[in-house]
Design a protein around this ligand. Structure first.
Ligand code: NAP
Length: 275
């Protein structure tokens, strides 16, 4: 069965729209974009568009790639103190002369819409209410939409980034899955995948998970995105896995739309944090 992120994301967007209407106050996401990376420009434009569709205001501060660490931190502090800004997103990656972790941790945790500050990461680790990164939270919403029970299941998360792999592993653990985190140095990845009832891939290598690796009846969630001649490709060979899996996310139309919808939900959460 297909885990339809497009459909579920529509429901979340319409919930966000209703929330925004009920709040009856302007809600604003501030995006900080440093440099001219073309992919970042596209991501920012799609976030702005999604916000406008549900009535969330956006503002984008564009800084030259040469901005200093001190200057950038100064601007984040300014945004923290601005009561008209409810959520702050620093578009990653930053140019290499900037210390990404330090910059992110200058964002006030209440306004940290990506859930990447140490404060929000710590809350997730401790199962306290905080802002959870949009992609992992979106995956969990999709799992919940289809009422998938993870209790006692063997799950593998392939990828260990702070944005996707690690938080996803924690969220699956909270649902009582037995979680393995795999990465580029994992030696027996094929065997681990073959034994897994739940496979979540967040690597970014087109179709590197093939049908022969998947256990019969597994749940497969494909976070990966690779662009090949302008087309988007997932980590999983979707077509050939369809007959083997019990549930699978397509790419596009699976986790991607969930990420955007959950980001909007996080903006509303940030607003509520500040009430
Ligand atoms: P990332 O920081 O580059 O992490 C990739 C992870 O994959 C790393 O942990 C890396 O291991 C691991 N890896 C690389 N090659 C591997 C291999 N051969 N076997 C096993 N693991 C391997 O990327 P990310 O930000 O987590 O994103 C992952 C993917 O998801 C990307 O394709 C990205 O575009 C996509 N993404 C999609 C959405 C969406 O909405 N659908 C949202 C966010 C990200 P090491 O740690 O050892 O290097």
């Amino acid at each position: 069965m297909i885990l339809d992120g497009k459909e579920k994301s529509k429901k979340i967007r319409s919930w966000v729209k209703q929330e925004v209407e009920q709040i009856q106050q302007p809600i604003k996401l501030l995006v900080i974009l440093v440099g001219n990376d073309p992919a970042s420009q596209i991501y920012v434009a799609s976030k702005e568009k999604a916000c406008h569709e549900v009535g969330i205001d956006t503002q984008t501060w564009r800084f030259d790639a040469n901005i200093t660490q001190k200057e950038l931190i100064g601007r984040i502090r300014q945004a923290n103190e601005d009561n008209t800004v409810h959520a702050i997103l620093v578009q990653l990656p930053l140019p290499t002369h900037l210390d990404e972790k330090q910059v992110i941790n200058e964002i006030h945790p209440w306004k940290d819409v990506d859930g990447l500050t140490i404060a929000n990461q710590g809350k997730l680790l401790n199962q306290m209410k905080g802002i959870v990164p949009a992609t992992p939270l979106g995956v969990m919403h999709l799992i919940d939409e289809y009422k998938l029970d993870l209790n006692g299941k063997n799950a593998v998360v392939i990828g260990r980034s702070a944005l996707v792999g690690k938080p996803l592993a924690l969220l699956l653990l909270q649902r009582n899955a037995t979680v393995t985190i795999a990465h580029s140095k994992t030696t027996n990845l094929k065997e681990i995948i073959k034994q897994s009832d739940v496979v979540v891939s967040a690597v970014g290598r087109g179709h590197f998970i093939t049908a022969d690796m998947i256990k019969q009846g597994a749940i497969v969630i494909d976070v990966g995105i690779t662009r090949v001649f302008g087309k988007i490709m997932g980590d999983v060979d979707y077509q050939n896995c369809l007959d083997i899996v019990s549930y699978i996310t397509p790419v596009p139309g699976g986790v991607g739309p969930m990420t955007i919808a959950t980001l909007l939900e996080n903006v509303v959460e940030c607003y509520k944090n500040q009430l």
